[in-house]
Design a protein around this ligand. Sequence first.
Ligand code: AMP
Ligand code: MG
Length: 369
Amino acid sequence: MTEKNNINTIISDGNDNEAISKASKILKNGGLVAFPTETVYGLGADALNEEAAAKIYAAKGRPSDNPLIVHIADKDSVYELATEVPEKAVMLMEAFWPGPLTIILNKKKIVPDGTTGGLDTVAIRMPSHPVAMKLIKESGVFIAAPSANTSGRPSPTLAEHVIEDMNGRIDMILDGGAVGIGIESTIVDLTGDVPTILRPGFVTKKMLESIIGEVEIDKAIIEPDPNLRPKAPGMKYTHYAPKGEVTIVEYEDDGINPDKDKDESPQSNDKKVIDKINSLVEKKNAQGYKTAVIATKENAPYYKCENVLIVGEADKGVTISANLYAILRKCDTIGAEYIYSEALNQNELGGAIMNRLLKAAGHRVIKAN
Ligand code: AMP
Ligand code: MG
């Protein structure tokens, strides 16, 4: 096992069996281990050990009312954690586990309040990443794991991002390289009459409905409304935000897109967005500020900005989700003070991606038309 020892945090190759054994011992003894999952890197502790779970909150600076997702390696484990498992939950588990779907069920007493933020419900997920699987199996514990970032920062999609935020605060990091999906799991609450999405993710409403029929989306996460409280406590906090001010510039679609088949130069709607962003950048640069643009690959060549960060092709949701957090972190590395982003909604993961981007932008949106 090759180890790099940086200020008390061991960083090891997550594919190394010896490293997994060491990480498992740390978890069993109540310590903290960051590990890759297919969504983002998680910061793990023994979910049934309240003191261990408390260390996660301290390391992240996470508000104590924001509950943790419990990761399992075997579908049967759900019955150890939840008082009842409705049929729709079983159908979703069969369809999407292991994978990027978290389900909320009523909790059994063995799940401590310290893991669920005092709620009577528990969030459960079976990840598909081989390192996560091995770690849960070998440690023999259910692993409570939020994203392994400092609270409020973009979630980590590389071990280097975990090092940036957590070095010296946790016992070990298992490096599994870049994660595949790049945004957090879809969360579905199955404790009410109608299954409700509390956080959009890779598993879309349509995919869920194809298995269990009608699914709602928690209204509080669609439009920010001070009178509505999101059912997932974590969704009310600012998140993913770089230090600079992020603004989304979008064209309000009227459903008519006459240039749709032209792909030589930007389509007229895109051109309006590009012109608007260029004029905003020019203004800020003239005032002496450092700027960055978050752009789709197609439009990138047309921006007049020193930092054009390409997030992927407009219609490739999986590429955009995989790149988004690393790009938001890059904005900090380059010291961008004003960041302008295209709306990234023209793809199959548009809802989940825009949910994160809007939070990073504090819901600051400017229309280009
Ligand atoms: P993270 O693990 O950092 O991606 O955050 C986990 C998300 O799951 C947060 O938004 C939590 O508020 C939410 N969550 C965890 N447990 C529950 C629960 N029992 N009920 C509702 N939301 C939950
Ligand atoms: Mg998080």
